[in-house]
Write a protein that binds this ligand. Structure first.
Ligand code: NAP
Length: 329
């Protein structure tokens, strides 16, 4: 049995990945700060530790053949340093530990936001460059982490970097609840013909497993980056309405211009910063730009190199989400 470590195995994507790995008979250990009873019920070994603790990370990767570095600090608000510590320093610890302990492969979960340049991105592939500036600590620190992982590939560690966009599905703790909790207050930002990629959580997990398998068979893939998605860009407002419908909630009404949303984001950021408010503002400049632009990607490379395909269709994913929401409230 191949020993694998999943950082953040108790998180949204992490848990879906753990399930896929167990189904394929991998011996799975999860590393994260908390104990996750759901992982214990699956029989997964858990190591409690923080990515910011180099020694803890080193101990966790010892004896592992493959490490899936999924854990990160997500979100759109908060002090830069807290994002940097987990996403950049934490990733450096994982890379260094893998190299020191002879781990064979590292699969790193990145994000398409690392290349978001505040304009429409339509059918772009992995050759798109990093922007010079970022509007939020999350994409900036994920970009720095991604660069560190790329450097590890140059240093001889076999790595693949995956960029899933807008992951959703049952047990989602970010996107879907973020929309549902704002039901009745949400407004369409900007135009309605812009499209985005999304990815059903089990498809994102599948891409991770395929990446590890293909990298094992073909180490020349090391250093490659792959966008992964449903391969079916959708209207973000239709998708948001589909999530609302899955919870039996009415669709979004009303509209604001992209310029108004961006200005409101700037105002909220200033006020929240001045008052030291730590909760997420109702709007930020980064979110306003994301909401008002298209971002969908050419995933030819993932299909060709990894054999990736979105096993679960968007329609089937929405059906599963509806069932899960009806059972879990
Ligand atoms: N969700 C999306 O739409 C999306 C889109 C693109 C990319 N991604 C990327 O996908 C990955 C997984 O995202 P997710 O949505 O599954 O996030 P998540 O549900 O928040 O899971 C992240 C996990 O990381 C662990 N973690 C956080 N800080 C840690 C630390 N300092 N030390 C050790 N473990 C830590 C947490 O477990 P503990 O609380 O137990 O520490 C948490 O369960 C991330 O790398 C994210 O950047 C997500």
């Amino acid at each position: 049995m191949e020993q694998v470590l999943v950082t953040g195995g108790g998180g949204f994507l992490g848990k879906a990945l753990v399930r896929k790995l167990l189904a394929r008979k991998y011996a799975v250990t999860s590393f994260s700060r908390h104990h996750h009873p759901s992982l214990a019920r699956m029989g997964v070994s858990q190591i409690q530790g923080d990515l910011t603790d180099a020694d803890a990370v080193k101990k966790a990767v010892t004896g592992m053949e493959t490490v899936f570095h999924v854990a990160a600090k997500p979100g759109v608000w908060g002090p830069f340093d807290t994002y940097y510590a987990v996403n950049v320093t934490g990733t450096r610890h994982v890379v260094e530990a893998c190299r020191a302990q002879g781990v064979k492969r590292l699969i790193y979960t990145s994000s398409p936001s690392v290349v978001f340049d505040e304009s429409d991105m339509e059918n772009v592939d992995e050759s798109v460059p990093y922007p010079d500036t970022y509007l939020a600590p999350y994409p900036e620190t994920k970009a720095a982490a991604e660069k560190r992982v790329r450097k590890a590939a140059e240093q001889g560690l076999d790595v693949i970097i995956l960029r899933p966009h807008l992951i959703w599905g049952p047990e989602d703790n970010h996107l879907v609840p973020g929309i549902l909790k704002r039901a009745g207050r949400l407004k369409i930002v900007g135009r309605t013909d812009d499209r985005v990629d999304t990815i059903y959580v089990d498809n994102a997990a599948l891409a991770h497993v395929l990446a590890a398998q293909k990298l094992r068979e073909n180490p020349s893939l090391s250093g490659n980056i792959y966008f992964i998605s449903q391969d079916d860009p959708v209207s973000k407002w239709e998708m948001a309405n589909a999530f609302l419908a899955a919870a039996g909630l009415p669709p979004i009404k009303g509209r604001v211009s992209a310029r108004t949303a961006y200005a409101a984001g700037g105002c909220f950021e200033t006020i929240y910063r001045l008052l030291g408010i730590t909760t997420e503002p109702p709007m930020t400049r980064f979110v306003a730009k994301e909401l008002a632009t298209s971002h969908w990607f050419d995933i030819t490379r993932a299909k060709k190199d990894l054999g990736y395909f979105p096993e679960i269709s968007t329609r089937e994913g929405l059906r599963r989400l509806t069932v899960w929401l009806s059972r879990n409230g």
